[in-house]
Design a protein around this ligand. Structure first.
Ligand code: HAM
Length: 425
């Protein structure tokens, strides 16, 4: 047996995926739309590393969360340092904000970042082990207007992308002043319901009872059916904050539902928490999620800094949009059909010059008949074809064909590039 037939094709890592041409056009469109909107709203791009010290995520997201307990790609590097592929961006942005002492110049900062995240979840439709997030964060604003601005910006982005079939779910998770009372009431209920709870929730119910609200196991859901609402336990400040957020969103015409069950899967949240949910992706209903995390920067060693942000699941957003409208690839502006080696060499040089001038050119480099090349031009949906024959070239002319009207014109080789740039731009 030869060596090649003996080797198995190497496949992708489970839960990872390629985003192929045909899909990347849509990804670029989403990315461009998001960046242009975020910049209009005063956000600046930040790029953070793909890997951080494990401790950063453990301390931010919380030791009792599914992400930290079960899903992180963590390993010891060659020196034995514990490192983790980032499962989200917020913790790293906080680390950068503190490390670069950004608060000293101006504590109010607005960031966005787009890139891959890693969580070792069970892969299914809309859930991957490497997925992408479009993330935006506001630091240094305690007022509810930051919450409203972010949710409004998210809604505007979805509108610009024609994603309408989604619902915003909003809740308040209180603050260190009022949450302990709610936690105590919840812990009381959970101690009575202990036999119904899954093993994770039994372990978490005393230390972190809010996590049980997030559990999808049927027994835990049943136990939580009679749970008190956190909104009934909010202190006066949290209540006023939540009222301003919901009243102003209503006045701005942003549709939302108050969802008392919404707790989010990360421990750093305080006050406003929200999710954009969709029915289009089966079990994976959240296409974006976020909230306030007023204590996180300080808990990581920085100055006390209120903050809020969201992350959109890029893969999920692209899937929803692609399901509604098939993606089309951009056709070349010009296809050059060259006949013979001399014509091909000349055509290749023209294609380079046209590329520099911003014209998308396609041509084949193999020796193909005119018929085969015209077929190729049709397949690529080229609007015009430049036909370069050896004898015509020797006579100083080429032919430009309009594929829609099927009309042709002879053009002199002298001044050809200028002529084409004018005709095609
Ligand atoms: P998250 O809810 O964990 O929040 O993730 C945000 C979004 O990322 C989800 O709503 C979902 O669309 C997408 N997502 C999460 N896991 C996966 C996965 N395995 N496959 C595909 N998509 C996924 C955060 O990450 C917070 N950092 C958001 C935030 C920013 N909060 C404040 N600032």
């Amino acid at each position: 047996m030869s060596q090649t037939t003996n080797q198995k094709n190497i496949q992708l890592i489970r839960g990872f995926k390629d985003i192929l041409p045909g899909e990347t056009e849509l990804w670029q469109h989403i990315e461009r739309t998001a960046i242009s909107l975020f910049e209009d709203f005063g956000f600046r791009e930040i790029r953070i590393p793909i890997m951080e010290k494990t401790e950063l995520f453990a301390r931010s997201i919380g030791e009792d969360t599914d992400i930290v307990e079960k899903e992180m790609y963590t390993f010891a590097d060659r020196r034995g340092d514990m490192l983790t592929l980032r499962p989200e961006a917020t913790a790293s942005i906080c680390r950068a904000y503190i490390q670069h002492k950004m608060a000293a110049q101006d504590p109010v900062r607005k960031f966005y970042t787009i890139g891959p995240m890693f969580r070792r979840e069970r892969p299914q439709k809309g859930r991957y082990r490497q997925f992408y997030q479009i993330d935006a964060e506001i630091f240094g604003v305690a007022a509810p207007y930051a919450d409203i601005k972010l949710i409004f910006m998210l809604r505007t982005l979805f509108d610009r992308l024609d994603v309408t079939d989604t619902t915003a779910h909003i809740n308040s998770l209180g603050c260190p002043a009022c949450r302990p009372r709610f936690k105590a009431a919840l812990a009381q209920l959970l101690s009575e319901a202990a036999p119904k709870l899954c093993s994770d929730c039994n372990r978490r119910k005393d230390r972190n009872p809010l996590r049980v609200m997030d559990c999808k196991v049927p027994g835990c859901r049943e136990a939580m059916a009679g749970a008190p609402s956190i909104l009934d336990y909010l202190c006066a400040d949290c209540r006023a904050h939540f009222a301003t957020v919901t009243d102003t969103l209503s006045r701005l015409g942003v549709p939302f539902e108050i969802d008392k069950q919404l707790v989010r899967g990360l421990d750093y949240y305080t006050r406003t928490a929200f999710e954009i949910q969709t029915g289009a992706l089966g079990a994976q209903s959240a296409v974006a999620g976020g909230g306030r995390y007023d204590g996180l920067v300080e808990s990581l060693g920085g100055p006390a800094t209120p903050a809020i942000g969201f992350a959109i699941g890029f893969d999920r957003l692209a899937e929803i949009i692609a399901a509604g409208a098939p993606v089309t690839t951009r056709p070349p502006d010009l296809f050059i059909a060259a006949l013979g080696e001399t014509a091909r060499r000349q055509a290749f040089e023209w294609s380079a010059a046209l590329g520099v001038a911003g014209i998308g050119v396609s041509m084949v480099y193999a020796d193909k008949s005119l018929k085969a090349q015209m077929k190729q031009a049709n397949r690529q949906n080229a609007g015009r074809v430049l036909i370069v024959g050896e004898s015509e070239l020797a006579a100083g002319t080429v032919v430009l064909r309009d594929m829609a009207s099927k009309s042709q014109q002879e053009i002199p080789v002298k001044g050809l590039i200028d002529h084409l740039v004018k005709a095609l731009c």
